[in-house]
Design a protein. Sequence first.
Length: 255
Amino acid sequence: MVDLKEFSLDNKVAIVTGATRGLGQGIAIGLAKAGADIVCVGRSDDSETKKTIEGLGRKYLRVCTDVGLETAPDEIVEKTLAVFGKIDILVNAAGITRRAMALEVTRKDWQDVLDVNLTGLFFLCQAVAKQFVKQGGKGKIINIGSMTSFQGGIKVIPYTASKAAVRMITMHMCNEWAKYGIHINCIAPGYMITNMTAPMRSESSRMVETNTRIPMDRWGVPGDLAGAAVFLASEASDYVNGFTLAVDGGFLAKS
């Protein structure tokens, strides 16, 4: 019989990048509902996230930084430790994209996306993993991938490159860090209603194309990722490592 206490995140400290809005916000709120205190990393207005999480009775810390900066990993870890004294969970949900056909992508477009979605993500994983080792081992890392972790996409080639790489480096980090008791997995969201997808949702032809390929006949919302994140952050997933879980309304099953 499943012990639901294994899903509890009571007394856990979770860093969530991109938690001021969108998918990161949905995940942060889900983790807080399960009992975790939240470190919200992001640059946009965090008032809604803060109000919701504190309203749940959880502790809340804001770290306002760009995760693509070389200094960001150390800043995030140091500020978290100064307030909470430990780290239990990291969720890398911050992400950006640049929409352009592959023939038109600039070097700046390419580098901007990879700096945040891949390079920043990896070095924050590394910084937090080092802290997990200092704490005696154990810890949960959840990276956010995409349907483009599995397939090519259109008009988002830097994003596709970054998210395909996120899936692969998640497996690589598992191979090296599992011996420390570190669990690192990835969630690949399907088509989600967020600010980032607004330009795509404004293209009627793309909406028709995608809607017919989702068996559940709807786009997801940020809260749809909360259950998967709580599972991967909790003791209930202690034998899950290096895996990418699609939360996509069945999209991959039909493609």
